[in-house]
Design a binder for this molecule. Structure first.
Ligand SMILES: Cc1cc2nc3c(=O)[nH]c(=O)nc-3n(C[C@H](O)[C@H](O)[C@H](O)COP(=O)(O)OP(=O)(O)OC[C@H]3O[C@@H](n4cnc5c(N)ncnc54)[C@H](O)[C@@H]3O)c2cc1C
Length: 443
């Protein structure tokens, strides 16, 4: 099958937060958009089995790097935002500006458009409240974090957003894709993009496979939004050999301790926390579902804690790691934690332990290291310019890959801002002539 270029102004590859925003914004500006998404478009059910199918398949959505650090990504319409915790952190505006990227206006727009605010008290679970109280008692500025939730749609004592919210309460990129499709964008699911078609250093389309059968689609612009792992793999197959080197994965640990007089374990994670910016990590509550908790305990051989989930307080410590490692051509992750990354996490562990102890917790232990969000694999000013254009004309990247430096923050709001900015640029609404346009070229 060949999908004709006359028909599409842009092809967007991947439908996570970055791609969904670009697709929605272009469609709203009357552009004809084709979205190619590797995963399915199944309605979000909020069940463990659906979550495992979309984000727990080894080699596809569950990847392991050296030392058995697990990285999770969702292969589905909406990408990882289907299972994320919807905590919205402002981007580091100054850092992005230093690369010629100003998304202040776009973030303000996103804040007007999306329901971003801390959870109301009744939606903050008892475990998060206990942790926040304890942290404040010993002097931390631990507070409720901004979340992207239509809170009026939340059910009381509900925690199914961990598996994808079936009630439309947690904002996720699936919603932007639906808006785009309702306004005329075409979405093809189970379409795995293999490479970009390049003619005389200009992107003209992509090659993709649906159930093993190869197809081609052509358009004036191509935007890769296949995520921190997906986009560099496609770029490499298209001749950009340096994609996927020296990236970050925002490693984390869960610190757990058992308390009496509580029967919890089912609440919205990451409702409260504190950014220990000077020490390079973030601490938040993170009450995960029982089966994931069981995984955390089993991997560090705390089998006797397996059945204490409903009494175990959990704090996440997430660090800003140094850039390093490489992806393989097929998307295998190959990165080690450095000693300094470990030291940050261990410092956070000591602090989290003190907070849990103060809350009366016993049997405190930590999970194995987890590699949370891979990004920085196609960095601005390295492989793309500040307009997010690659070395090939008409080929852009917009997802977690483009983040130019070590990160350590929840990235979704930033990606929405970048997606809005790119759509404006592609439609000529803004001319953000990148000041780094000529200096990035390395390939
Ligand atoms: C458990 C968990 C909790 C999180 N909590 C938060 C949080 O609270 N706040 C926050 O900001 N962030 C959070 N994150 C991180 C956040 O969800 C991701 O970093 C973000 O969604 C990445 O968006 P993206 O657009 O870069 O890529 P993705 O969301 O990974 O989207 C990429 C899309 O591309 C598709 N794709 C990949 N390869 C191809 C291909 N070859 N062809 C076609 N399609 C392809 C994938 O199927 C996917 O749909 C969390 C992540 C996890 C796993």
């Amino acid at each position: 099958m060949i999908i004709n270029s006359q028909h599409f102004d842009a092809i967007v590859v991947g439908s996570g937060s970055g791609g969904a925003t670009v697709a929605k914004e272009l469609t709203e500006r009357n552009k004809k958009v084709l979205i190619l998404e590797w995963g399915s478009n199944a309605p979000i059910k909020g069940t463990k089995w659906q979550a495992l199918g979309m984000s727990g398949i080894p080699g596809r959505s569950l990847l392991f790097t050296y030392g058995m650090l697990a990285t999770v990504r969702a292969i589905a319409t909406g990408g990882s935002s289907v299972f994320y915790y919807a905590t919205a952190f402002d981007p580091p505006f100054d850092m992005l500006r230093s690369y010629g990227v100003d998304i202040t206006e776009e973030i303000n727009e996103a804040k007007r458009e999306l329901p971003i605010s801390p959870l109301s008290d009744d939606l903050v679970g008892p475990m998060a409240k206990m942790i926040m109280q304890s942290a404040r008692d010993i002097g931390y500025d631990w507070h409720k974090l901004p979340k992207i939730f239509y809170q009026d749609k939340c059910k009381s004592e509900c925690w199914r957003c961990n598996y994808g919210c079936p009630y439309g309460a947690k904002w996720n990129a699936h919603m932007y894709i639906k808006e785009a499709v309702d306004k005329g964008a075409e979405l093809i699911n189970r379409a795995k993009v293999k490479k970009v078609i390049v003619d005389n250093r200009k992107a003209t389309g992509v090659e993709f496979a649906v159930r093993g059968i190869r197809h081609k689609a052509f358009a004036q612009k191509v935007v890769l939004s296949a995520g921190g792992i997906g986009s560099p793999v496609i770029l490499r197959a298209s001749g950009v050999r340096n994609a996927g080197n020296d990236y970050f994965f925002d490693p984390l640990i869960a610190v757990m301790g058992t308390v009496k007089d509580i029967k919890g374990g089912k609440e919205i994670p990451m409702a409260t926390g504190v950014d220990m910016e000077d020490e390079g990590y973030l601490m938040t509550d993170m009450t995960v579902p029982a089966f994931l908790y069981a995984g955390f305990t089993a991997e560090v051989f705390r089998f006797h804690r397996l059945f204490s989930h409903s009494r175990t307080l959990q704090i996440m410590v997430k660090a800003k790691d140094s850039l390093g490692g490489r992806l393989t051509n097929s998307g295998g992750v190959r990165k080690r934690l450095t000693e300094s990354d470990k030291q940050k996490l261990l410092k956070g562990y000591e602090r989290a332990k003190a907070i849990l102890r103060n809350a009366g917790a016993k049997n405190i232990f930590k999970s194995w290291y987890i590699a949370a969000h891979p990004g920085g694999t196609v960095r601005i000013n390295d492989l793309i310019d500040s307009n997010l254009q690659t070395e090939y004309e008409n080929l852009y990247v917009c997802d977690c890959s483009v983040i130019p430096e070590a990160w350590g923050l929840p990235p979704t709001l930033t990606l929405i801002g970048l997606g809005k900015r790119l759509a404006k640029y592609l439609t000529g609404e803004t001319k953000t002539a990148g000041k780094n346009r000529d200096s990035y070229h390395k390939a």
